[in-house]
Design a protein around this ligand. Structure first.
Ligand SMILES: C[S@@+](CC[C@H](N)C(=O)[O-])C[C@H]1O[C@@H](n2cnc3c(N)ncnc32)[C@H](O)[C@@H]1O
Length: 366
């Protein structure tokens, strides 16, 4: 199983690849834990939001690092994860320092305001799914366990993955597999699904995995399951993951206090691209098209990129936890509001960001 995990991750950029073997026996092993906590820089009295509580590994570490009175607002779309957060809040010494909230992180700004915890000193998003979810056959995330094709982080909302598989026109299904799974054989797989569902609806993980495997076979010399990308695509679409991420990033910036940190761990290129572009844009002094001779955008940077380069797991962490192989951590810091006219070379905002295009020769703010 562990071998499957590692090779699936290589193949699909991390994707659906958290197969058995990539976790602690008791649950989910947090990825880039020390790096994420260092990036957030928690301090006593600080207020933090963990948008993806999962098994609570990151939350615990933030609570420890902000001892004795730092607070964590812990969100998760999955009610099971929030039950774990409530249990953690019962542990001695935690109590009101942990505020669990069953919510999609797309709504993190509203929740932070409603709970009275905004402005925040840090926001963490550790994207994707947890080992708890992958291990529960009935959640339908893993093609190796027989279960219903569900894949919802929050089973009380939205529609299960089976609805997409059985109801989308073949052409739209192919587009979905290509866009969210970066699946090069999307058309062939979609056509096979469309044929199969005419005989009987595809309602289980195992049947879908078989249909995909029959349609495209295994790659010679590869031990990757051919359904890896299909499962990733369906999970992303079912949970509208990329849209939720875009909203969460925007919301995070709006509720961060000056110098508050935004830390995001992504597991595949689609997520990471969104995070990277968001941080680039929000830390740029100018977002005019490159060919524009003079800046007219009036854009005000709201973030400084604290660590310009992505942080990745060390070889030791990858050996201990194969899931970390594809993890990419990015961090940015909230700037105080700086009027666009002064966001030029020499002021603290652009000195921190280091990417202000308005500082290029010939491009000046109006
Ligand atoms: C990788 S796990 C987090 C693991 C956690 N950091 C830990 O240390 O145990 C990701 C978690 O994010 C949750 N999640 C994914 N998308 C979400 C969303 N849009 N809103 C809220 N929670 C989400 C999943 O339900 C899952 O529990």
């Amino acid at each position: 199983m562990a071998t499957d995990t590692v090779s699936s991750e290589r193949m699909a950029g991390g994707a659906e690849a958290i197969e058995a073997g990539a976790r602690d026996p008791g649950g989910h092993r947090p990825v880039l834990l020390a790096e994420a906590v260092a990036a957030l820089a928690p301090r006593p009295g600080g207020r933090y939001l963990d948008g993806t509580f999962g098994g609570g590994g990151h939350t615990r570490a933030i609570l420890d690092a902000s001892d004795p009175d730092g607070t964590v607002l812990a969100l998760d779309a999955d009610p099971d994860a929030i039950a774990r957060a409530r249990a953690l809040a019962e542990e001695p010494g935690i109590g009101a320092r942990l505020v669990p909230a069953h919510a999609n992180f797309a709504r993190l700004a509203e929740v932070a305001v409603e709970t009275g915890l905004a402005p925040l000193d840090g926001v963490l998003l550790d994207l994707g799914l947890s080992s708890f979810q992958l291990d529960q056959a009935e959640r339908g995330f893993a093609f190796r366990f027989a279960g219903p094709l569900d894949m919802r982080f929050d089973p009380s909302r939205g529609r299960p993955a089976a609805d997409l598989v059985n109801e989308l026109p073949a052409r739209e299904l192919a587009d979905l597999l290509f866009r969210y799974g970066e699946e090069p054989r999307a058309r062939r797989i979609a056509a096979a699904i469309a044929r199969e569902r005419e005989q009987a609806l595809i309602e289980t993980t195992v049947r879908l995995a078989e249909v995909v495997a029959r349609a495209v076979g295994g790659r010679r010399g590869s031990d990757i399951h051919p359904a890896t990308r299909t499962f990733q695509a369906l999970r992303i679409a079912t949970n509208e993951e990329l849209h939720a991420l875009e909203r969460a990033l925007e919301g995070a910036v709006s509720v961060l206090a000056p110098s508050g940190r935004l830390v995001v761990i992504a597991f595949h290129s689609l997520e990471d691209r969104i995070v990277k572009r968001f941080m680039q844009r929000e830390s740029a002094a100018c977002v005019c098209p490159l060919e524009a001779p003079v800046c007219t955008c009036g854009h005000t940077p709201r973030l400084a990129r604290v660590i310009g380069r992505a942080v990745r797991a060390t070889p030791a962490e990858i050996a201990a936890n194969p899931r970390s192989r594809s993890a990419v951590l990015r961090v940015a810091e909230r700037l105080p509001h700086v009027p666009p006219a002064v966001a030029t070379v020499g002021d603290p905002a652009s000195a921190l960001s280091g990417v202000g295009r308005a500082t290029r020769p010939g491009r000046t703010k109006p």
